[in-house]
Design a protein around this ligand. Structure first.
Ligand code: FES
Length: 130
């Protein structure tokens, strides 16, 4: 499996994220849960734990490809412990840099992971203003 992934353009770092899946799952008492389906048909659901404007933790459930899983795991490493205002600036390039490489046709997997996170932030902000 690792060889297949490496042969198709996944970096070692992306392969590790995919195999180890450090942030797959749900946060039982999450402050926000949001879901998004990409144009490829894959779906991600993110749960966030937030306190005093800081993202304490995040988990993803992913119905999708290795690129989707690796991207979601990288997003969590980039947002954990950050203030919402700073985490909002996360973009696809940040995730790509952390992953080091993904096959070209997998860039939309990064996009889906980032968009799912941004959707959760928007919904969380809206709900906490109520
Ligand atoms: Fe759909 Fe990767 S192919 S997220």
């Amino acid at each position: 499996m690792e060889k297949m992934l490496a042969g198709s353009g996944y970096s070692d770092k992306a392969i590790r994220y995919f195999i180890e899946k450090p942030y797959i799952g749900e946060i039982p008492d999450a402050d926000q849960v949001s879901e998004m389906t990409g144009t490829c048909g894959d779906t991600m659901r993110i749960s966030l734990k937030v306190a005093e404007g800081v993202i304490l933790d995040a988990r993803y459930q992913v119905l999708g490809c290795p690129g989707a899983i690796a991207s979601a795991m990288a997003v969590v490493d980039l947002i954990k412990g950050k203030k919402i205002a700073d985490a909002r600036a996360l973009n696809d390039g940040d995730v790509f840099r952390l992953l080091e490489n993904l096959p070209d046709q997998k860039n939309h997997c990064i996009e889906l992971a980032v968009k799912t996170f941004h959707k959760a932030l928007d919904e969380y902000t809206r709900q906490s203003k109520r």
